[in-house]
Design a protein around this ligand. Sequence first.
Ligand code: ZN
Length: 160
Amino acid sequence: MPGKRVNLNLIKTHFSYTASELAKRLGIHKNTVRNWMRAGLPCLGGRPALFHGGTVRAFLSVRSAERRQPCPPGFFYCFRCRERRKPALGLVDYVDRENGAGNLTAICESCGAIMNRRAGRDRLGAIMPGLDVQIRQAAPTLVESLDPSLNCGSKEQRSA
Ligand SMILES: [Zn+2]
């Protein structure tokens, strides 16, 4: 289910807000703000924790841009760079999950962070054209540690 669209203009760039103030202002649940924190929204500390308006706006616009435009073929979304990045050395690992769907992982060529993307096995050639995709057996402990919410292009995959 798609998340509610948030009106970023309701957040003032030079103000700081607590989670409840943000939630009230945006008409969302306070837990949504907690989810954003878990997804990497920086907080200024304090009790209750404060969030800088400008940072919240930047964080949410990156997220909605990702939702609108899935990564193009050959790219992953690197959450550390906050950019689409190519896999280092063109190396990509693929691990089967279920029903011909799986997880692609690669190292960001720019910062070295691990990047994830979901993919159907029969679409690997289209999603990672010309790249060296290593198909691996699922290793449950390793696969579990990859957070599926960090995948980009999930909308595109779901319709496949
Ligand atoms: Zn990176």
